[in-house]
Design a protein around this ligand. Structure first.
Ligand code: G16
Length: 551
C-alpha cells in the first residue's frame, strides 16, 4: 500500500454556498481543485472543528452523486483519498450514483459518520456545465454552517493532500472490494430508499389508484430520479409503462436544465396543460431533492404544497398521529403558518437552506419542512425529498378521491389563499446586484409606517436567525418588507448560482375572501411588484426588462 502525499496551494474561491461548493466542471477539473476541497473536509472531520466528528479512522463514509458529468472520475478520487484518510469503509451507490435523499437515507440507515454528495442540483451539467460537492453529517443532513465555515477555513491554508496509489474500483459491479486497507461496498442506489418509502406511505392504496383509471406523469428530466421513479411508480405501484418521462439519467441531462419549475420542466407542462392531460404530474431535479406538483391544467406552488401536506398529514400512515411542528424558509409563503395555527403546533421560520432545518428535526420540534424553491421533506431523512413529496400527494389523492385542483381550492376556502410568486434575475453583474442590495438596505430604516398607495409598511429588516437549539446566529439572510395587510416583499441574492449574481424577488399577498381567490397570480401581486421596482430599481440594476424565470 502506497499513500502519496501531494503538495498543493490553496484556491481562494472554495467557500460553500447555500448547499455546498458549486462551480463549473472546468473549475473542478483544475489540478488539485477537487482534492483540496475533499482533503479540507477530511481535515475538518479529523480536527473536530465546528463540532465535526473528530476522527476519520475506522469510520464509515457514504459517497454518491447525481450522475452528472465528472461524477465518476470525482468518485474514484474521493475513494482513494478516503482510503488514505483512514476510513474503514465507504458505501457508494452503483455507478457512483445516489440521489441526495437516498444518500441521506443511507447515511442514517448504516450510521455512517457522514457522506460526500456530488451534485450541483438543478444546475445544468455536461463538460461545460456545473458540478458540486457537499458534506453531510451523521444525521444525514447538510453540514451546518459552522462546519462548512471550518471546511472553508481549511481550504484557505491547505498545503498537501493524501491519496492511495491504486487502480480504479469497478463502480458498476455491486458488492464489496478492498481498496488498500479500506472496504468499498457498491450498493444498489434504489433499494434502501424504496424500502424507506414503503414504510411511510400506504402503497396498497396508491397501487389500487394507479392500477385503476388514474393517470400519472412523472418527469425525471434525464436526471437521477429516473431509476427510482421507474422502480417505485411503474414496477412497484403499477403505473402504466411510460408514466415516467425522461427517465434515463444522462451526464448532461439531455442538455436540459433539470430544475422542476414551469419554465424548465416544459415537457411535463406540455402534457399536463395539453388536451387529454393525466390526473397528476410531477417533476424532480438533478439530484432528486426538489419536486414540482401539477394537477390537470393546474400548478401547485411549493408553498401551498407544504401547507396542504401538513393539513392532510393524518391521512398518511407515517404521520397519522399528527405533526410535532412545521418549518419553512423565510421567503416561503406563510400558507403553512395558517395550517400550523389551526393545528395548534409551532411553525418555525428559518433562513434559506435545508441545513437550517436539521437541528429542529433532530430535536423533535418539527416533522415537515418546506421551501418555496420546490423543496419539501420530513424527518424521515435530513434532506428535502422529491419523490417522497410525490408519494405524499399520491397517498392524499388516493384517500380523498378528489382532483389536485379540488384539494387546493378547498384548502384556500378553509385557510385563505396566499398568492405567491418568485421572480429570478439570473446572470446579473455582481457589483450591480450588490448596489441593489445596498440601496434597499439603506432605505430600510425609513420604511416602517410609509405608505405606497394602499400598502402601508409594517416592518422592514434584513432577516436574522437564531437557532433555538444551538444558539448559532445567521445574519443578512434576506431583506423583507412586510405590509399591514399581510403582503410581503422579500429580496435576496441566491447562494447556488455559478455565474454572476442571481437576484430573487419574492412576492406574497393574502385573501380569505373566496370570491378573490381565482385572480391570475401576477395580477394579484402587481401592487407589491411595483413597490419592489420603486424601492430597488430592479430593471436598471439588472439591465433586464423582465425576470429570466417566474415561478
Ligand atoms: C438549495 C438549498 C435549498 C435552497 C435552494 C435555493 O437547493 O438546499 O435549501 O432553498 O438551494 O437557494 P438559493 O435561493 O440560495 O439559490 P438545491 O436543490 O439547489 O440543493
Amino acid at each position: 500500500m502506497n499513500i502519496l502525499t501531494i503538495a498543493t496551494t490553496p484556491f481562494s474561491d472554495q467557500k460553500p454556498g447555500t448547499s455546498g461548493l458549486r462551480k463549473s466542471v472546468p473549475d473542478f477539473q483544475k489540478p488539485h481543485y477537487l482534492e483540496n476541497f475533499v482533503q479540507s473536509i477530511f481535515d475538518t472531520i479529523t480536527s473536530g472543528a465546528g463540532g465535526a466528528i473528530g476522527n476519520c479512522t475506522g469510520q464509515t463514509l457514504v459517497v454518491g452523486g447525481d450522475g452528472r458529468y465528472y461524477n465518476r472520475p470525482a468518485s474514484q478520487i474521493i475513494l482513494k483519498m478516503a482510503a488514505a484518510a483512514g476510513f474503514a469503509q465507504v458505501k457508494i451507490g452503483k455507478g457512483g450514483i445516489l440521489s441526495t435523499p437516498a444518500a441521506s437515507c443511507v447515511i442514517r440507515k448504516y450510521q455512517a459518520i457522514g457522506g460526500i454528495i456530488l451534485s450541483a442540483s438543478h444546475n445544468p451539467g455536461g463538460p461545460d456545465g456545473d458540478f458540486g460537492i457537499k458534506y453531510n453529517t451523521g444525521n444525514g443532513g447538510p453540514a451546518p454552517e459552522k462546519v462548512t465555515e471550518a471546511i472553508y477555513a481549511r481550504t484557505k491554508n491547505i498545503d498537501k493532500y493524501q491519496m492511495l496509489e491504486a487502480a480504479d474500483i469497478d463502480l458498476d459491479r455491486l458488492g464489496k472490494t478492498m481498496l488498500g486497507p479500506m472496504l468499498v461496498e457498491v450498493i444498489d442506489s434504489v433499494t434502501d430508499y424504496q424500502e424507506l418509502m414503503e414504510s411511510l406511505f400506504d402503497f396498497d392504496r396508491i397501487q389500487t389508484m394507479l392500477k385503476g383509471n388514474f393517470r400519472l406523469a412523472m418527469d425525471s428530466m434525464h436526471a437521477v430520479t429516473g431509476p427510482y421513479a421507474t422502480a417505485i411508480f411503474e414496477q412497484r405501484l403499477g403505473a402504466a409503462k411510460g408514466s415516467v418521462m425522461n427517465g434515463v439519467p444522462l451526464e448532461d441531462f439531455g442538455k436540459g436544465h433539470p430544475d422542476p419549475n414551469l419554465v424548465y420542466a416544459h415537457d411535463l407542462v406540455k402534457v399536463l396543460f395539453g388536451s387529454n392531460a393525466p390526473d397528476f404530474g410531477a417533476a424532480s431535479d438533478g439530484d432528486g431533492d426538489r419536486n414540482m406538483i401539477l394537477g390537470r391544467n393546474f400548478f401547485v406552488t411549493p408553498s401551498d404544497s407544504l401547507a396542504i401536506l401538513a393539513a392532510n398529514a393524518k391521512l398518511v400512515p407515517a404521520y397519522k398521529d399528527g405533526l410535532a411542528g412545521i418549518a419553512r424558509s423565510m421567503p416561503t409563503s406563510q400558507a403553512a403558518d395558517r395550517v400550523a395555527a389551526k393545528l395548534g403546533i409551532d411553525c418555525y421560520e428559518t433562513p434559506t437552506g435545508w441545513k437550517f432545518f436539521g437541528n429542529l428535526m433532530d430535536a423533535g420540534k418539527v416533522t415537515l419542512c418546506g421551501e418555496e424553491s420546490f423543496g419539501t421533506g420530513s424527518n424521515h431523512i435530513r434532506e428535502k425529498d422529491g419523490l417522497w413529496a410525490v408519494l405524499f400527494w399520491l397517498n392524499i389523492l388516493a384517500v380523498r378521491g378528489e382532483s389536485v385542483e379540488q384539494i387546493v381550492k378547498e384548502h384556500w376556502r378553509t385557510y385563505g389563499r396566499n398568492y405567491y410568486s418568485r421572480h429570478d434575475y439570473e446572470g446579473v453583474a455582481v457589483d450591480r446586484a450588490n448596489d441593489l442590495v445596498a440601496k434597499v438596505q439603506g432605505a430600510m430604516p425609513t420604511l416602517p409606517g410609509k405608505k405606497f398607495g394602499s400598502y402601508e409598511v409594517a416592518y422592514a429588516d434584513d432577516f436574522s436567525y437564531t437557532d433555538s437549539i444551538d444558539g448559532s446566529v445567521s445574519t443578512k439572510q434576506g431583506m423583507r418588507i412586510g405590509f399591514v395587510d399581510g403582503s410581503r416583499i422579500v429580496m435576496r441574492l441566491s447562494g447556488t448560482g455559478t455565474q454572476g449574481a442571481t437576484l430573487r424577488a419574492y412576492f406574497e399577498s393574502f385573501t380569505d375572501d373566496v370570491n378573490q381567490q381565482n385572480i391570475e397570480v401576477q395580477q394579484a401581486l402587481a401592487g407589491p411588484m411595483s413597490i419592489a421596482e420603486e424601492l430597488a430599481q430592479i430593471k436598471s440594476h439588472t439591465g433586464m426588462d423582465k425576470p429570466t424565470v417566474i415561478t
